[in-house]
Each structure stands twice: as C-alpha cells, then as structure tokens.
Write a protein that binds this ligand. Structure first.
Ligand SMILES: NC(=O)c1ccc[n+]([C@@H]2O[C@H](COP(=O)([O-])OP(=O)(O)OC[C@H]3O[C@@H](n4cnc5c(N)ncnc54)[C@H](OP(=O)(O)O)[C@@H]3O)[C@@H](O)[C@H]2O)c1
Length: 144
C-alpha cells in the first residue's frame, strides 16, 4: 500500500508539472505574439488561412496575401472577429516579378515593420510519379 501511495503521488506530480508547463508556454506565446507584425502568404485557404486565425487569436497585427481578393476579404473579417489587433490583405500573384515586392512594401508601410514572415503559398502539385512536365515544374519554381 505504501508503494501505491508513492506511485499515486509521483503520478500527481507529473500531471501537475505537465499542466503547469502547458500553461507557461501558452502564456509565453500569447505575450510574445500580442501586437506582433505578421505577414502570411497563401492565406486564402488551407494551412495559411488557419495560421492566420491562430495569429489573430493571439492578438497579432496581420497582413495576409494570396491571389483571390474576395476570399482574402472574408479571412480578414474572421481574423478581426477572432481578436487580431489589425488585419489587412493585399492580393498578389507570387509567380510574377513585381507582386512579391509589392506585398512586402505594403506590409512594411501598413504595419511599420515585420516580426514574422510565414512563407506558405504553393501552386497545385499532383501526388503522382513525375511525368516530365517541365513547364509546370518551372512555373511552380517561380511561384515559390
Ligand atoms: N496539406 C498538406 O497535407 C501539406 C503537407 C505538407 C506540406 N504542405 C505545405 O503547406 C503549404 C500549404 O498547403 P495547403 O494544403 O494549405 O495548400 P492550399 O490549400 O492549396 O493553399 C495554397 C495557398 O497558396 C495560395 N497560392 C497558390 N498559388 C499562388 C500564387 N501564384 N501566388 C500567391 N498565392 C498563391 C492559394 O491562394 P490563391 O489560390 O487565392 O492564390 C492558397 O492560399 C504548402 O507549402 C504545402 O506544400 C501541405
């Protein structure tokens, strides 16, 4: 019985230490990201959209970008409703020469600087054996 009491105490200590470390990291992240200036690319859908929402929940200042303006508008509205200090979008095509620069300049001007850059945009890549489509691969390299 003495042995099982010690096991219970050890288990309780481990659980409490786990809970405290989760709370510590959560607090640290929320304090670090509140007001942080963040640019997320490829933020109209998928992983980029969800990352934008996470930064928004922490109270960051966001600029999001992708090609589809209408969808970006909706993501910006949701970011604001989730608690973003600021949420702006700029539509742009990363496969062009000028749009990447425009996006960065817009961000620096509107946020007054940049703390986090999340490069997430990607063109469609079919999961299959490569069939020698050089044009598509060349285009993808430009997007990235
Ligand atoms: N999903 C997965 O299982 C997985 C696994 C491992 C790694 N990843 C990586 O995670 C990233 C996001 O994946 P995802 O599944 O979230 O992809 P996704 O849903 O297809 O989203 C891609 C994003 O990139 C944007 N985009 C595409 N082409 C663009 C261009 N030319 N210029 C600007 N923006 C462009 C799209 O918006 P618009 O169409 O509006 O431009 C969209 O917002 C990718 O880098 C992917 O390789 C994903």
């Amino acid at each position: 019985t003495q042995c099982s009491v010690f096991s219970l105490l050890a288990l309780e200590t481990i659980v409490m230490a786990g809970i405290h470390s989760i709370m510590f990291w959560k607090k640290m992240f929320s304090e670090t990201l509140r007001g942080a200036r963040v640019l997320v690319t490829g933020a109209s859908t998928g992983i980029g959209e969800q990352m934008a929402y996470h930064y928004a929940r922490f109270g960051a200042q966001l600029v999001i970008t992708a090609r589809r303006e209408k969808v970006l508008q909706q993501v910006v509205e949701k970011c604001l409703s989730l608690g973003a200090q600021k949420a702006l979008y700029i539509a742009g095509d990363m496969a062009t020469e000028s749009d990447p620069d425009k996006v960065v300049e817009f961000t620096l001007e509107k946020l007054g600087g940049l703390d986090y850059l999340v490069l997430n945009h990607i063109g469609p890549t079919p999961f299959s054996v490569w069939k020698g489509d050089i044009e598509h691969t060349r285009w993808l390299m430009k997007v990235m």
